[in-house]
Write a protein that binds this ligand. Structure first.
Ligand SMILES: NC(=O)c1ccc[n+]([C@@H]2O[C@H](COP(=O)([O-])OP(=O)(O)OC[C@H]3O[C@@H](n4cnc5c(N)ncnc54)[C@H](OP(=O)(O)O)[C@@H]3O)[C@@H](O)[C@H]2O)c1
Length: 270
């Protein structure tokens, strides 16, 4: 069995977390800084980002934040160069930022579909392509990507979002295979039902909770991602049991789509 690259010590490790102004990204930035990582973070909402930066700097003063609209694809190479200069390099890149778009498939404006694909798919691809040469030159690196269960079981009422995440997963799986057995590894995260509106923390056992209807606090998800990166695991489902949905999708596609259709009909907000 080939080995992926894990992390034995976060102290001094330089990590760029995109989309760190709220939710999973903010929780992960705080968690990694709490373990000694030099966290670089970016997002558009600067006030929220500065709050996360302040928390991180209490642990590691060298943490930094940059206000960036990741949908501006042509600016991303310069952004990565700036991060490498100002952070001293990127040992772990966590592509976490994404936007959600709800609406029926034929009721979603084309401009919104394009914007979502740019932010959720093209942007992490461009960031990764910009970060890879320095990782190759150093002969080390981790590239993580926060996808979604929607990539594995497309959600009705979120077709553009699900498609952007499916494309993301496919691209990073190809990259993982190309980099397999190399000192640079790829790590995919498949969250579902993560609670990002509250600051509440929770027991780590929730990440393995068989009750998938229960929302998992963002800090629990963040810790699960950190441990995934420490182990060097290729994939992580949070909560773990949602992986059963992927098995069902493969074994009985009609039952899977029927389940999604029933859920869609009983959720009129879509
Ligand atoms: N929560 C869940 O249940 C769940 C389930 C499946 C997958 N996910 C995935 O988990 C990741 C984190 O999402 P979350 O749930 O934590 O939601 P969130 O709180 O809305 O976080 C999204 C982050 O992405 C940033 N972002 C979005 N568009 C951006 C842009 N154009 N430029 C720069 N930053 C941008 C946001 O920052 P600004 O708005 O400040 O720019 C924010 O920091 C996403 O990839 C999401 O698809 C979450």
């Amino acid at each position: 069995m080939a080995a992926q690259v894990g992390v034995s010590d976060w102290a001094g490790r330089r990590v760029l977390v995109t989309g760190a102004s709220s939710g999973i990204g903010a929780a992960l930035a705080r968690d990694l800084a709490g373990h000694g990582a030099i966290v670089g973070m970016c997002a558009r909402r600067t006030e929220l980002l500065d709050e996360v930066l302040d928390d991180c700097r209490r642990h590691v003063p060298a943490c930094q934040a940059w206000p960036v609209d990741l949908g501006e694809l042509d600016a991303l190479e310069d952004f990565v160069a700036q991060v490498e200069r100002e952070l001293g390099g990127i040992d772990t890149l966590v592509n976490n930022a994404a936007a959600v778009l709800s609406g029926t498939t034929d009721g979603t404006p084309w401009a919104d579909v394009e914007r979502l694909v740019r932010t959720n798919y093209l942007s992490p691809v461009r960031l990764t392509l910009a970060a890879l040469p320095a990782m190759r030159a150093r002969g080390a690196g981790q590239i993580a990507v926060v996808s979604s269960m929607a990539a594995r079981m497309a959600t009705p009422g979120e077709s553009a979002y699900a498609a952007s995440k499916a494309a993301l997963s496919a691209w990073f799986e190809s990259l993982a295979a190309e980099l397999w057995d190399s000192p640079i590894s790829v790590h995919l995260v498949y969250p579902a039902l993560i609670e990002v509106e509250s600051d509440a923390d929770g027991d780590d056992a929730l990440a393995d909770s068989p009750n998938a209807a229960k929302h998992i606090p963002a800090p629990v998800c963040a810790r699960a991602i950190r441990r995934q990166l420490e182990r060097g695991d290729l994939e992580l489902y949070v909560p773990t049991p949602v992986k059963q949905g992927v098995v069902m999708r493969m074994n009985d596609p009609e039952a899977s789509i029927q389940m999604m259709a029933d859920w869609f009909r009983s959720n009129p907000q879509h």
